[in-house]
Design a binder for this molecule. Structure first.
Ligand SMILES: [Zn+2]
Length: 299
């Protein structure tokens, strides 16, 4: 029965869907809610004084510092000051109240005219996230060197990131709020469609089971007739029962196929949405939270 073979395939796709959801939860964007917004003067003492002071005394790790320099050379014409970049475990504790529960990925700090960048060590394992995070924090540094200490994640910051994205400095998807909202609406709609198609699949499955029951009852009768040498069902009944079962299996398979196609398409778009989530514009927590209610895979 071909339809039985579809079950594992469905499971795989369902897993892919779960993976997409997990991706949304795991791939938190760079974030630094250090409160530079709200027009705070850059000279104000940072609430992260301890982090700042301790890291300022540490020697830099060459490999990480080289990443900063590389991005600076490629995308800022080497014009950024060579501020220290450090791995900082404690970023995991900072921002733990964020929906991901995984803390901050990066932080740009400024105190007494000195700046540094802190990066969460879990990004050691995630090249793309490290690059995105560095780009995000370097955009802060760039704006600061241009005398802009007030824009936080506002339009000037967005413009720098957009340029970096255009230059392929980091992977991720740039999207306007409208594009993002459109995609979100599509996902919500498709989620509803998928729930409906699950119902249709359930009905079709029951129809298959029913036809299977008739088919095996017919087989029993044939077997009994074989033993007795009489009482066989008519050829017409055998043909009809077989045809009905085959038709229902075909219908079921068709539904499964289109449903799986829809799940695959949903996963692709969800992945795209997640990449937008990962776009390091510093306003992402709400979006990660928004994906929490992505559709459940079917049975
Ligand atoms: Zn930021």
């Amino acid at each position: 029965m071909r339809y039985r073979n579809n079950a594992p395939r469905h499971t795989l796709l369902a897993l892919a869907l779960l993976a997409a959801i997990a991706y949304a939860a795991l791939h938190r964007p760079a974030h630094d809610p250090e409160g530079r917004g709200g027009g705070q003067p850059a000279e104000a003492p940072s609430p992260d004084h301890a982090l700042f002071a301790e890291n300022l005394r540490k020697p830099v790790e060459a490999a990480l510092q080289d990443r900063y320099r590389d991005i600076d050379a490629r995308h800022f014409a080497g014009a950024l000051p060579d501020i220290p970049v450090h791995w900082e475990e404690r970023l995991s504790e900072r921002g733990k109240d964020l929906p991901s529960g995984m803390g901050l990925e990066g932080l740009w700090l400024m105190e007494d005219g000195k700046a540094l960048i802190l990066v969460n060590p879990r990004l050691r394992e995630d090249e793309a996230a490290l690059t995105r995070t560095l780009c995000h924090e370097m955009a802060h540094e760039y704006l600061f060197t241009r005398g802009d200490s007030r824009s936080s994640h506002g339009p000037p910051f967005q413009a720098v990131l957009r340029r970096l994205w255009d230059e392929k400095a980091f992977t991720g998807l740039f999207a306007t709020d409208e594009e993002r909202a459109e995609l979100r609406a599509w996902l919500d709609q498709r989620k509803a469609d998928l729930a409906q198609s699950e119902e249709a699949v359930g009905l079709a499955r029951r129809a298959v089971d029913e036809a299977e029951g008739e088919f095996s009852a017919l087989n029993s009768r044939i077997q009994t007739a074989n033993e007795r040498g009489e009482g066989w069902p008519s050829q017409e009944e055998m043909d009809r029962t077989t045809a009905r079962r085959d038709l229902r299996v075909t219908q079921y398979n068709g539904l499964i196929e289109s449903r799986n196609g829809a799940i695959g398409e949903f996963n692709l778009k969800a992945e795209r949405y997640n990449l937008i989530l990962a776009y390091p514009d510093g306003r992402d927590e709400e979006r990660v939270a928004a994906m929490k209610d992505a559709p459940e895979p079917g049975p």
